[in-house]
Every structure is written in C-alpha cells, then in structure tokens.
Design a protein around this ligand. Structure first.
Ligand SMILES: C[S@@+](CC[C@H](N)C(=O)[O-])C[C@H]1O[C@@H](n2cnc3c(N)ncnc32)[C@H](O)[C@@H]1O
Length: 266
C-alpha cells in the first residue's frame, strides 16, 4: 500500500481554504454534504464515528441531523485538526471527541459501539479498516463512504501534465473510488445504495490564484519530496498557461457516496 506524507492536511486553515475553493468554483449549487445525506433520518443516531475527520467538514453536517445528546467521535492522523474539529462540532450544540491516531487495520472501540460510521474522502488512505468498521457498527447501523470518481482524478492529472502524478493519484484513489467502491463494500455489507453527486470546478482567468492554490494542495499530497522543487512550478505554470489561453479551466469533480447497511458477520 502507498504510504503518503499527510503534511497537506496538517494545517486545518489551509485545508478549509481548499474546501472553500471547491465550494465556490462548483457548478453544482448543492452542498455535497446535503446531497450525500439527503433523505437519511439520523435523528436516532446516538454515537457517530468519523474516520479521517479532518477539520470536521462532514461531522458538522451530520451533527446537525443527530440527537442533541449524541456523541460524535472524530479520528484523524493529524492531531493539528483537534481544536478546529472540536470547535466546529461543538458549535452545533453536540458533544464532540477527537482522537489523534493513524488508522491502519484496527479500531480501538468495542463491538457495536456506533450506529453511524463515516469516512468522507478518506477511506482510500486506509481501506484495510473495513472489517473493523463492520465490527464497531451496530447491526442496524449505517456506514457512509464518500469518495471521488477516477475520471475526476484523470482530469486533474491531464491539466498538470504529469504522468507520474496521474499514476500515484489513481493508485491511491483506486483503493476506494466510485468505480471500485461497490465491489469492495459488497464483501462487508449486504445492502449498498449509491448516491452520485455530479459536479465540475470552473476557474476563470481572474481566479488563477485559486487554481494554483488548489493544484498546489493536490500535487503536494502525491509528489515525492525530491520532486517537489522541480516539477511543482512547471505543473502550475502549465495549468496557468492553459487558463490564460482558453480563458477558463473546467475540472470534473464528481463524487459518490455509498450508504451501506447490514454489516456482514466476520
Ligand atoms: C481529504 S481529507 C478529508 C477530511 C474530511 N473527512 C472531509 O470530508 O473533509 C483526508 C483526511 O484523512 C486523514 N488521514 C489520512 N490518512 C489517515 C490515516 N491513516 N489515519 C487517520 N487519518 C488519516 C488526513 O489527515 C485528512 O484529514
């Protein structure tokens, strides 16, 4: 399995700025969180586990839909997310808890501890934890896995013109993508419902800085340390030149949520 430096996620402020760029440049007017949670009644959820919770983007939306006394636990390898996560979830009036831990194969909670487990844009970093997800879920619990399409990743790689980046990005996302997700999840859940969120990001010439910031974030995550100094400026320049030439850059940004029920016994 590809082992990645997670420095891109160590600054919650920077990560949130990327999240804001995505929202502001999206052609789909709906918030992805509203789309993937649409129609779910979470009012009886008592305990929620968010794996790779980051600064609390998805937990925040879930918190508003669960009981006031529900427990919301976020786990993330970057401990720098703790304060922002706690503040963001507490602002909804719910009780948050944060665990700074790198997830691999195991989870530290007893069987049937959570009625909702979520991994939003994160399970591809630690797909081997799925058996443990089924263990810590209650039998009537819900697992929500949100991820990217492989096509969206290819679009990004084409823009920056780095075949090696393309291979690394796809290598990561294929661990749990819109395309691979159903087969992977079918081993662990009996009922799987797929929700598609179709979207593109459009950057106009006036938004060159935003495009550069967005690409720098994505590239830094997947570029080997030694390559950063050389290839990054070239890749950003290539994208900026296309923006200047064509007046706008459109990137596919299609996401998919898998809502999984009836965990299979191990
Ligand atoms: C793309 S962000 C998604 C954050 C959040 N779930 C959201 O929807 O905005 C991926 C998150 O997973 C975390 N992460 C990556 N690998 C991890 C691991 N092995 N264990 C715990 N957290 C991890 C990163 O630190 C980062 O915060």
């Amino acid at each position: 399995m590809l082992s990645l430096p997670l420095s891109a996620f160590e600054s919650p402020a920077r990560h949130r700025a990327i999240s804001d760029i995505i929202r502001n440049r999206s052609t789909n007017p709906a918030d992805v969180r509203d789309s993937v949670l649409a129609g779910l009644d979470l009012s009886s959820a008592r305990a929620v586990l968010d794996l790779g919770c980051g600064f609390g983007f998805m937990t925040e939306a879930i918190a508003r839909r669960v009981a006031r006394d529900a427990l919301l636990v976020g786990v993330d390898a970057c401990a720098t997310n703790e304060q922002v996560y706690l503040a963001r979830v507490a602002a909804t009036g719910r009780a948050p808890r944060f665990v700074g831990q790198r997830i691999e194969h195991t989870l530290d909670w007893p069987d049937r501890s959570f009625d909702l487990v979520v991994a939003s844009f994160a399970l591809y970093f630690f797909p081997d934890v799925l058996p443990e997800v089924t263990r810590v879920l209650t039998p009537d619990g819900l697992f929500l896995g949100v991820t990217h399409t492989e096509n969206s990743c290819r679009d990004l790689a084409r823009l920056v013109g780095l075949p090696e980046f393309d291979a690394r990005l796809l290598g990561l996302i294929r661990n749990f993508s819109a395309e691979s997700g159903s087969d992977l999840l079918a081993r662990w859940f009996t009922r799987i419902e797929r929700v598609d969120y179709e979207n593109s990001l459009v950057f106009h010439a006036a938004q060159e800085d935003e495009l550069r910031t967005y690409l720098r974030f994505k590239l830094t995550l997947l570029m080997p340390d030694g390559k950063r100094s050389g290839e990054l400026p070239t890749a950003l320049e290539r994208a900026a030149q296309r923006l200047a030439r064509e007046g706008r850059v459109v990137l596919a940004k299609n996401d998919v949520a898998f809502r999984c029920r009836q965990p299979r016994c191990r």
